[in-house]
Design a binder for this molecule. Structure first.
Ligand code: ZN
Length: 163
């Protein structure tokens, strides 16, 4: 008899987004994104971090100070990383993301052809970046779906069991 208590597709893909976020070195905000096709194939994942190949110690994680001394000048958001990491056309795909996107990511999401966004947290809803993002999604007719619950994942690493 097959298992019936398997995790849902939504929790599976949001779980992958959260697993990706565990890679983020940002001390304040860890965000993950996972892009899936209509056939539920994962075709892109990402988390927030500095551009590939740059030594993480060369750039700041600060949130305050001169622009060039803050992370805002350098971090690639999870959503954009997932798009840039994609292995195929994203036309008609769904993006799962743990935090509602900013306007810059919203532009990239629309431009990439993603038509559905499933998000979990919207704690920056009052900020201009998210207000603008929602205008972009609205005008571009991107379907927004708020996951009605939170997902979390944890990874355990331990020595092999004796076989
Ligand atoms: Zn963003």
């Amino acid at each position: 008899m097959k298992r019936k208590d398997v995790i849902s597709w939504d929790n599976y893909f949001m779980g992958i987004a959260h697993l990706s976020a565990l890679r983020s070195k940002d001390p304040f905000t860890q965000v993950g994104a996972c892009i899936v096709t209509a056939q539920k194939k994962v075709v892109g994942i990402g988390y927030n971090g500095f551009p590939t190949g740059i030594n993480d110690d060369d750039l700041p994680w600060e949130r305050e100070g001169e622009f060039v001394d803050t992370k805002y000048a350098y971090v690639v958001h999870a959503e954009l990383n997932a798009i840039l990491n994609a292995t195929t056309s994203l036309q008609g795909c769904t993006m799962y993301v743990s935090l509602f996107p900013c306007n810059e990511c919203a532009k990239a999401i629309v431009q990439a052809g993603i038509t559905t966004l499933v998000y979990e947290c919207d704690k920056y809803a009052h900020t201009p970046a998210v207000i603008a993002a929602k205008k972009i999604f609205d005008y571009a007719k991107v379907t927004l779906i708020a996951l009605p619950h939170d997902v979390s994942v944890s990874l355990k690493v331990y020595p092999h069991h004796d076989k």
